[in-house]
Design a protein around this ligand. Structure first.
Ligand code: CP
Ligand code: NVA
Length: 305
């Protein structure tokens, strides 16, 4: 494994190995066990979209591993003035030991990885959000003690989060269900991947159908970054139906968890009541970004096996 571009590229064993390493990272941090396995190394972080969690968790994580992270804003670097991604890849490879990038098209990340000699980590594209879903799987396994056989249900837009959750959950032996309006389905590559899992994958219109028997309920915003102009149209398509609320939670299995990658829009995709009732799980999920990404960096950048 040279890069982390999308979960589809990883085997089940590779995903579980990252999760095990992430658990160790968390344990080491909580018990003050030194783990500066990337001392002297640098990570370039390219952001073409906004971020709070991704930026802070990567930068803090790199520092805790003994290395250094550099923030490069798409707008302020030469990327914003049209320098080809192929050249950026080769330049950063001469200075740094890894690149984390948050951008629009998945193909940009794939091209960057193709031209870079150093590991590339996808910090979110329109297609996928693998780091977030590794943290989600870590959080679910921590609370439920296993992944195998559990049902994960996603309510809302078939976006980057839905794409990565479906792939990650199915690869780890979970069942996956999504309820979304017509025209807002997950990417067709994800649907083709999920087809091989037969009845373990459900694509529903009715959120109630998807919620029945769920062990983990997940949702995300109706309009993602880059879709600001579609907001009104999207609100009309999702409002009143595609929301994680008490009524939907009543159909899930006892002890069902709730996950949200954040930022959340209360009273849109999730009610304040459900959000606050599950806030511990949601903020643990946010914390686990740090541990999961430290594991990814250590494994890819030479600090762990
Ligand atoms: N969940 C997530 O990726 O958050 P940020 O957009 O704040 O990085
Ligand atoms: N789907 C959201 C996730 C943000 C972390 C977006 O792409 O904006």
């Amino acid at each position: 494994m040279k890069d982390l571009l999308k979960l589809m590229d990883l085997s089940r064993e590779e995903i579980l190995h990252i999760l095990d390493t992430a658990d160790q990272m968390k344990y080491s941090l909580k018990h003050n066990i030194p783990h500066q396995v990337l001392a002297g190394k640098t990570l370039a972080m390219v952001f073409e979209k906004n971020s709070t969690r991704t930026r802070v968790s990567f930068e803090t994580g790199m520092y805790q591993l003994g290395g250094h992270a550099l923030f490069l804003s798409g707008k302020e670097s030469q990327i914003g003035r049209g320098e080809p991604i192929q050249d950026t890849a080769r330049v950063l490879s001469r200075y740094c030991d890894g690149i984390m990038i948050r951008t629009y098209g998945q193909e940009e990340v794939e091209t960057l990885a193709q031209y870079a000699d150093i590991p590339v980590i996808n910090g979110l594209t329109d297609f996928s959000h693998p780091c977030q879903v590794l943290a989600d799987l870590m959080t679910v396994r921590e609370k439920m003690t296993r992944l195998e056989g559990l049902k994960l249900t996603f309510i809302g837009d078939g976006n980057n989060m839905a794409n990565s959750l479906i792939v990650g959950a199915l690869k780890c032996g979970m069942k996956a269900a999504i309820a979304c309006p017509e025209g807002y389905e997950p990417d067709e590559k994800v649907l083709a991947f999920a087809k091989d899992f037969g009845a373990d994958f459900q694509l529903c219109r009715d959120p109630k159908e998807a919620a029945v028997g769920a062990d983990v309920m997940v949702t995300d915003v109706w309009a993602s970054m880059g879709q600001e102009e579609e907001r009104a149209k999207r609100v009309a398509a999702f409002a009143g139906v595609y929301q994680v609320n008490e009524e939907l939670m009543a159909l899930t299995n006892p002890g069902c968890m709730v996950q949200h990658c954040l930022p959340a829009h209360r009273e849109e995709e999730i009610t304040t009541q459900v959000f606050e009732a599950h806030a511990d799980e949601i903020f643990e999920e946010a914390e686990n970004r740090l541990h999961a990404q430290k594991a990814v960096m250590a494994l890819l950048m030479g600090g762990a096996q």
